[in-house]
Design a protein around this ligand. Structure first.
Ligand code: ADP
Ligand code: MG
Length: 463
């Protein structure tokens, strides 16, 4: 292996180890202690890392070293020990080089000399995450269209549509799909130039070029690009000079038949602060959105991740997580990582009880996402009563029963107290809520169709 290759392997392994740590630790602990660590080398069965100060070394050794070693051995069974040294950061290098936790982009012709944030070919590309491949992407109803479009772009011999514009909420897989496209294109044609960068980075580079009166060079960089991938373009909105430049770069590349792939959290038409002519240009190709996950997709993703991580989590636990963590895939992954890490540290099995214990904060945060107002609205719609009847004093069973169901669901799905719930239902007493909860529980036991109604509502609300 060449030393360049070894270094790439080292960086990739460290990236994976630190990603696992990131999922296990508080954000601040990760930022303070893990992010500053640099992977240095692998000598035999020893991995060597460094930190910028002695104090940090002591802290890392005392608190994180065992776990780092464990995770590292799991990545590479040849690694048995990890050594931490102190190496004060060289400022210039720290600025020019990619963030230490990211692996070098394994591109055939990439060279590690970085001048002004560019590689030797004059390209500015951020590294690709080795985990974000098509084969690691789980396809389901909410993302099948975006996935098919991504594959099409990656596999087509000529540009099928330009640009491909992917959009959807946070943590739903946009970046993953874009990296997947890049990997696939590079695998099919290693000599092709694929540039992936965030819109923020694009702007940053452009502003710097302006400052250094170097915009000609900036433009030059994109001339020989075959595929340009820009992530999170919602950040371009409002910055006129950058938008202008983006527009020109975009047009020039499209005219030359180069493929452009963009992502954003909104559709082109909904992007704020973006000029009309750019919007209409963005709408010219194929616009594919990724929808919120469904329970089925979440479960499939968890099953796939568990298999990848080689952890045996009972089906019940995965179902529970798929049910409870509905926000996005990133959080879902984080939850599985935490549960797994806990079991590994404690040396126990993963069970429903430990899962609930380890994730209590996360579960509560997800619970809070359903509001009492939403519950009232859904329940009123379901039983065909007016929303105002949720607050009214009417006692006819046709409205009182749905109201009780709504109270019951409010108790089950939110972290509100009984008095708080009572207040939201036209200022009722907490004993009324308590009574409603008991009543609904009792009815569920005796009336199966009622029980199904309640279950259906609960599932809809949990989304
Ligand atoms: P976004 O860019 O849309 O905010 P990411 O692409 O960063 O989201 O995805 C967040 C995390 O969820 C990543 O770790 C990614 O691998 C994972 N992920 C998202 N969707 C899927 C999927 N369908 N299959 C497997 N992993 C996924
Ligand atoms: Mg992203």
């Amino acid at each position: 292996m060449t030393s360049e290759k070894t270094d790439q392997l080292l960086q990739t392994q460290w990236y994976r180890v630190s990603s696992r740590l990131k999922a296990e630790l508080d954000e601040s602990a990760f930022e303070n202690w893990v992010k500053p660590i640099a992977a240095r080398s692998i000598k035999g069965s020893e991995a060597r890392i460094s930190v910028p100060s002695r104090f940090m070394r002591d802290w890392v050794v005392a608190n994180y070293l065992d776990r780092i070693r464990e995770l590292w051995s799991a990545e590479d069974s040849g690694i048995q020990s990890v050594e931490v040294s102190v190496q004060p950061k060289l400022k210039a290098a720290a600025e020019a080089a990619p963030a230490p936790i990211e692996p070098e982009q394994p591109k055939a012709k990439a060279t590690p000399t970085i001048v002004n944030g560019m590689d030797a070919n004059g390209h500015i590309s951020a590294p690709l995450d080795p985990r974000f491949t098509f084969s690691n992407f789980v396809v389901g109803k909410p993302n099948e269209f975006a996935y098919a479009a991504a594959r099409r772009v990656a596999e087509a011999a000529t540009v099928p549509f330009n640009p491909l514009f992917l959009y959807g909420g946070v943590g739903l897989g946009k970046t993953h799909l874009m990296h997947g496209i890049a990997w696939e294109i590079l695998q099919r044609g290693p000599s092709r130039t694929v540039v992936y960068l965030s819109a923020e980075k694009f702007m940053y580079q452009f502003v710097r070029a302006l400052r250094e009166q170097n915009t000609v060079d900036f433009k030059e960089q994109f001339r020989s690009v075959d595929v340009l991938i820009i992530d999170d373009v919602q950040f371009i909105g409002g910055r006129d000079a950058t938008q202008e430049e983006f527009f020109h770069t975009f047009n020039a590349l499209v005219d030359q038949g180069r493929q452009i792939i963009l992502s954003a959290d909104k559709s082109p038409s909904d992007l704020e602060g973006v000029e009309e002519r750019l919007k209409s240009r963005l709408n010219c190709g194929l616009v594919a959105d990724i929808h919120a996950t469904t329970y089925e997709l979440r479960l499939a993703i968890l099953e796939s991740k568990a298999e990848q991580m080689q952890v045996s989590a009972p089906g019940k636990v995965l179902e529970f997580l798929a049910h409870k963590i509905t926000s996005n895939v990133r959080e879902l992954e984080g939850a599985l990582n935490r549960v797994t890490a806990h079991a590994q540290l404690i040396g126990g099995e993963i069970s429903l009880e430990t899962t609930q214990e380890v994730l209590h904060d996360l579960l509560r945060a997800n619970d809070r996402r359903v509001t009492i107002e939403e519950i009232q609205k859904r329940v009123a719609e379901h039983f065909n009563i007016r929303l105002s009847d949720m607050h009214s004093a009417r006692r006819a069973r046709s409205v009182a029963r749905p109201r009780q169901v709504a109270m019951y669901l409010a108790k089950q799905l939110t972290s509100r107290s009984l008095p708080e719930i009572g207040r939201k239902f036209g200022g009722r007493d907490h004993t009324t809520v308590m009574h409603a909860v008991r009543k609904v529980d009792e009815l569920r036991d005796h009336d199966t169709s009622f029980a199904e109604d309640v279950e259906l509502l609960r599932r809809m609300l949990e989304g």
